[in-house]
Design a protein around this ligand. Structure first.
Ligand code: PGA
Length: 248
């Protein structure tokens, strides 16, 4: 059985004052049956991990592919592990767009995450132009093949399918669209890694997930949880999503 995962991505939002949201989340959902993860900005990881104990996991939104060296402004996976992170998001579409990261970069970061003992949440997803031209599965398949390194297992890797056009837009993909892509990803993983590994690997949906649409998303084929941006910032919103996941 795959343990469901509710992952929050705070993006470039939050200061120490917002750590009260973590306290509220633990108070309301510290006993969730789903795994709960928050990826705050790097500045808050240490403080959050000290506060969250074992009930809420803390992760990073990115890491560098190298362990150390002359890379001004970057943070390595080992450094993240050192301050209490257990997970790292790699290949988020905003990193791909803002920083020009390609599949090879994402694969290198994912390998670095594994080497530091972190679980990598590898993000893939098509743009609106890709979808309109009928290339969704081609694009998602290519990103999956290029961004997920050999050696991926259910213990070291989670896949997040995030259609770029659904991120932060309020436009959630339909259940049929989500099911088509998640079933495709599971089949691709099975072909490459075998049924045992593919069957243990969680596939999250991301893109405008909210308490109001969470139950429908979580009832969809091969959806093992969500990667949530905007609605993860407030414990009350994210709590509604965790509750829906626990109930699914
Ligand atoms: P959103 O972001 O929930 O605000 O659409 C999702 C993400 O980018 O991970």
């Amino acid at each position: 059985m795959r343990r469901k995962l509710a992952a929050g991505n705070w993006k470039m939002n939050g200061t120490r004052a917002d750590l009260v949201e973590i306290d509220a989340l633990i108070a309301a959902h510290g006993g969730a049956t789903s795994e709960v993860l928050i990826c705050p900005p790097a500045t808050l990881i240490h403080a959050m991990s000290g506060r969250a104990d074992a009930r809420i996991a803390v992760g990073s939104q990115d890491c560098h592919a190298a362990t150390s060296g002359a890379h001004t402004g970057d943070v390595s996976a080992d450094m993240l592990a050192d301050i209490g992170a257990s997970h790292v998001i790699t290949g988020h579409s905003e990193r791909r767009a803002d920083h020009g990261e390609g599949d090879a970069d994402v694969a290198a970061k994912t390998r670095a995450a594994w080497a530091a003992g972190l679980l990598a949440i590898v993000c893939i997803g098509e743009t609106l132009a890709d979808r309109k031209s009928g290339d969704t599965l081609k694009v998602v398949g290519a990103q999956l093949a290029g961004s997920v390194p050999d050696g991926a297992t259910g213990a070291n890797t989670v896949i997040a399918y995030e259609p770029v056009w659904a991120i932060g837009t309020g436009e959630v993909a339909t259940v049929a669209q989500i099911a088509e892509v998640h079933d495709f990803i599971r089949a691709e993983l099975t072909a490459r890694f075998g049924a045992d590994v593919a069957g243990a690997m969680r596939i999250l949906y991301g893109g405008s997930v909210k308490p109001a649409n969470a139950a429908e998303v979580f009832a969809t084929s091969n959806v093992d949880g969500a990667l949530v941006g905007g609605a993860s910032l407030k414990a009350s919103d994210f709590g509604g999503i965790i509750a829906a996941l626990d109930a699914a």
